[in-house]
Design a protein around this ligand. Structure first.
Ligand code: FES
Length: 153
């Protein structure tokens, strides 16, 4: 088995919680390799006894799953209530300006994915961003521009 398929199989078959569902399996794959490839849908169907169509239905229901390989870096900006009240929108505007993007998406060179999040779980540090899952609080438009320039030198 090649290492890619092995990583998918390991993620699907080694979930620590007692109840394994289609959703928990998809999340395990996303955690392991950053997206849901076609091979994973089959592995999840195999593991859970669901049909391929049912697995696709669950995967496509949740907008946070992606079906193409992720960019090299991932920038998440929280726009949940605490962050919104603390200045998330100017932070988002600065990030979009720095990346020449109008919203969420991937840079054309595949270096960075910009995503919004409804709560990164660090509301006391609002406004919060996460770079490659590393949380950074008390962001400003200038600080997010610096973060982006460091991620995309
Ligand atoms: S609302 Fe932004 S971290 Fe919770």
């Amino acid at each position: 088995m090649d290492s890619f398929r092995e990583r998918i199989t390991t993620a699907v078959n080694n979930q620590p919680q007692p109840t394994v569902t289609v959703l928990s399996s998809l999340l395990a794959v996303e955690d392991a390799i950053g997206y849901i490839p076609q091979e994973a849908v089959a592995a999840v169907a195999n593991r859970t006894g669901a049909s391929i169509n049912d697995v696709w239905a669950v995967a496509s229901f949740y907008p946070n799953f992606r079906f193409t390989p992720p960019c090299e870096h991932r920038l998440e900006i929280c726009w949940g209530p605490s962050c919104h009240l603390s200045g998330a929108m100017p932070v988002i505007a600065a990030a979009q300006d720095a990346l020449n993007m109008d919203g969420e998406g991937d840079t054309p060179d595949g270096r960075l994915s910009l995503r919004y999040n409804t709560c990164l779980g660090a509301c006391a540090q609002a406004p919060v961003i996460a770079v490659d899952h590393h949380l950074m609080g008390r962001q400003t438009p200038d600080s997010v521009r610096t973060v982006i320039s460091e991620a995309l030198p």
